[in-house]
Structures are given as C-alpha cells and as structure tokens.
Design a protein around this ligand. Structure first.
Ligand SMILES: Nc1c(NC[C@H](O)[C@H](O)[C@H](O)CO)[nH]c(=O)[nH]c1=O
Ligand SMILES: CC(=O)[C@@H](O)COP(=O)(O)O
Length: 159
C-alpha cells in the first residue's frame, strides 16, 4: 500500500507496550533541515505521547543522510539505548547522486540491524519533489517521524 491513502501519523497508543523505561536515540540529518526537523518533531512528540520520558530521548545531528549510518553506529557503540531512529530527507536533484545516497543509506542502516542487537529504524524520506517530502513530514499524508517512533517502540520491546 502506497503512502497515498495512508495516514503516517495514525496509531493507537493503547495497543502499544509500556515505553516508560525505554531510552531512544534519534540521529537527525541536517540536509533539507525544514523536512528533517518536521520528522524529528513527529518522532519526538509521538515517543513522549506513548510514554517515553523526555530525558530518555537522545538526539545527535549529522550533516547528511549518507552520514546517518556512521552516526547511528557511533551512538550504538557509546550509548545505552533500546532503539535508534535514523531521520533524513533525500530529494532528487539533477544527477544520479540521489540514487547513490538513498542506496548507501538504506543499505547502511539495514546492515546496522544485522551487526547490532538494537533496532535501527529507517526514517528517511526519499522523494522526487520537495512537496512529497512536505506531505510526509507533517503534511497531508501525516508524519513518517510518528510512524518511525511507533516502530521503534514495537521493535524495542519485541520478543
Ligand atoms: N542531496 C542530499 C544529500 N546529500 C549529501 C549527502 O547525504 C552527504 O552528506 C554528502 O555526500 C557528504 O558525504 N543528503 C541528504 O540527506 N539529502 C539530500 O537531498
Ligand atoms: C540527493 C542529492 O544528492 C541531490 O539532491 C543533489 O542534487 P544534484 O543531483 O542536482 O547535484
């Protein structure tokens, strides 16, 4: 099911496990800051709405989505967290750079889930236009940051 027709911010916190003891890391890309700050707000607000304590939400910034893999790895190596959310926005330009950044970032974050015993959530928008990114970071389709926060809580308490 495509995002079209799905509200990315829809969740029932009554159906989620207790998150009051969880510690969550957020690694946020600074590229397309207007979009990534919207994603961060969605994730942060949803985590707290679902019971995560503000002091248990740790935020680090990285320059771009390509650096999310390294930033998440370093956070996992140095901080005790129950899940990490990687937040980025890649918007297609004139060249094939979009494809390389998206592929490297998605593969890198996937690999972290194999290398570490802590879930890393892929909250990276990969859009052809800025409007698509706006629509998915608090616009008409909701907020992927909220979706990622719910995924982080579910994965942190899996099993
Ligand atoms: N064009 C976008 C980038 N490009 C920058 C890379 O992510 C990286 O920081 C650079 O290549 C240096 O290693 N990053 C995004 O997050 N979004 C873009 O649209
Ligand atoms: C995703 C990108 O790296 C892209 O926005 C860069 O733009 P361009 O391909 O025009 O250099």
């Amino acid at each position: 099911m495509a995002t079209e027709g799905k509200n990315l911010s829809a969740y029932d916190k009554g159906q989620l496990p207790d998150a009051s003891k969880l510690r969550i890391g957020l690694v946020v890309s600074e590229w397309n800051e207007e979009i990534t700050e919207g994603l961060y707000r969605g994730a942060n607000e949803t985590l707290m709405d679902c019971g995560v304590l503000p002091d248990n939400i740790l935020r680090w910034n990285v320059p771009g989505s390509f650096e999310l893999t390294y930033g998440c790895k370093k956070l996992l190596q140095t901080q005790k967290v129950d899940a990490v959310i990687a937040i980025g926005s890649v918007i297609r330009g004139e060249t094939s750079h979009f494809d390389f950044v998206c592929h490297a970032t998605s593969q890198g974050i996937k690999d972290l889930n194999l290398q570490f015993d802590t879930p890393v959530i892929f909250c990276v928008l990969t859009d052809d236009t800025k409007q698509q990114a706006i629509d998915r970071s608090g616009g008409k389709h909701g907020n992927k940051g909220s979706e990622a926060a719910v995924a982080a809580i579910k994965m942190a308490t899996l099993g």
